[in-house]
Design a protein around this ligand. Structure first.
Ligand code: NIG
Ligand code: FE
Length: 357
């Protein structure tokens, strides 16, 4: 009713007067819509050649993120919008009903503003990632870039974003720069989240916990004190197995996180460099196969975990009052999401009680 779940129970309890239209899922599986809490969908061009070279063991010659920044700056609004729309629909058809979208390939005030304006056409979960990398024109004056991000850029984007994110890692931003940028965002009313410990161990996870981040993402490297910090916080640990897959990096073992009671999410990290996929079923399969999630933990992490990472209680589950966002799988068990990798099991997708795919 009104796009929400109004009743849950067994078939024998339901009265004919309680429903109008019946959609039978006999022999199939209904799961909550996926909540994909980490994506970079506003960009132009791709980096297929870089991927191919990397897979052949060659160091990537191209400029990585800055290559995409150049392409993005040169693209029209229409091109950026069409590319983002195609990716949102791609995710939707594979069962994603809530999507987060970051900026971060503009890296100038005007290009970050337009990236977020476009992102907002698709979701309320928009994230300002001006601190993705230092753009080429600021290479010799990184502090000036940080000052711009914390000052006029933040001022311009604040009305367009719910979240602020920083790539805290080698070659990107230091823990101190990360603190400075996230604090500036918080002061402007944005909520913090961050890219932490993807490339190497570091302070990123602790910085996130210290500042009350909703989520620390990637976390390919963590130690027992990082786990302890997360366990005593309400910061979600978000794993992005597509990035390990597409960069052929070592997958982290998530079991110690679960054992410590940390809330875990998985997301696709769709971006043209390190994980060009929107497919949560594949992420579930990778999390189970490579990161030692149980199939239950993986499904929970892609739904309820993603919702916690976005501080949302209305999505990611199907209790009475939740949004009626769900998928119908062609298989008789959710186990098949990991058991049948690469097979399209998502037969129908419903959002707000309406079939959308
Ligand atoms: O989340 N880690 C930083 N940013 C992206 C990669 C972006 C790119 O390579 O274009 C990520 O993996
Ligand atoms: Fe990312």
């Amino acid at each position: 009713t009104n796009g929400k779940v109004s009743w849950v129970g067994s078939r024998s309890e339901v009265k004919a007067s309680d429903y109008q239209n019946v959609v039978s899922a006999k022999g199939k599986t209904v799961i909550p819509g996926f909540v994909d809490s980490h994506n970079h969908l506003v960009f132009a061009g791709d980096r297929a050649a870089e991927f191919s070279a990397r897979m052949q063991g060659q160091p990537s010659a191209a400029g990585g993120i800055n290559f995409t920044v150049e392409q993005t700056r040169n693209a029209s609004d229409e091109q950026l919008r069409a590319n983002a729309a195609a990716l949102v629909i791609e995710g939707l058809t594979s069962g994603t009903t809530t999507v987060e979208i970051k900026s971060g390939y503009g890296l100038s005030i005007a290009d970050e503003v337009r990236s977020l304006q476009i992102a907002r056409e698709f979701t309320d979960e928009t994230t300002f990632l001006g601190a993705h990398v230092i753009p080429l024109e600021f290479k010799s004056a990184p502090d000036d870039y940080v000052a711009m991000v914390c000052g006029p850029m933040l001022e311009a984007v604040a009305p367009l974003a719910k979240w602020i994110d920083v790539f805290c890692d080698r070659g990107a931003f230091s823990p101190d720069q990360t603190r400075q940028i996230l604090k500036a965002g918080i002061a402007k009313g944005l909520l913090p989240r961050l890219h932490a410990n993807q490339l190497e161990p570091g302070e990123g996870i602790k910085v996130g916990v210290e500042l009350g981040a909703a989520s620390v993402d990637h976390i390919s490297h963590f130690n027992s004190s990082d786990i302890a910090a997360l366990a005593s916080s309400n910061t979600v640990a978000t794993f992005l197995p597509g990035a390990e897959f597409s960069t052929r990096s070592k997958y982290p073992d998530a079991r110690p996180m679960f054992e410590a009671g940390v809330s875990v999410a998985i997301a696709s990290d769709c971006n043209p460099g390190s994980s060009y996929t929107t497919n949560l079923p594949l992420m579930i399969a990778l999390a189970v196969r490579e990161m030692f999630f149980t199939p239950e933990q993986a499904l929970w992490s892609a739904t309820k975990g993603g919702a916690l990472a976005l501080r949302r209680t209305d999505v990611g589950h199907l209790a009475v009052g939740a949004k009626a966002d769900f998928s119908i799988l062609s298989s008789n068990s959710y186990l098949h999401l990991a058991y049948r990798p690469g097979v399209n099991l998502v037969e129908q997708v419903w959002r707000n009680g309406n079939q959308v795919s």
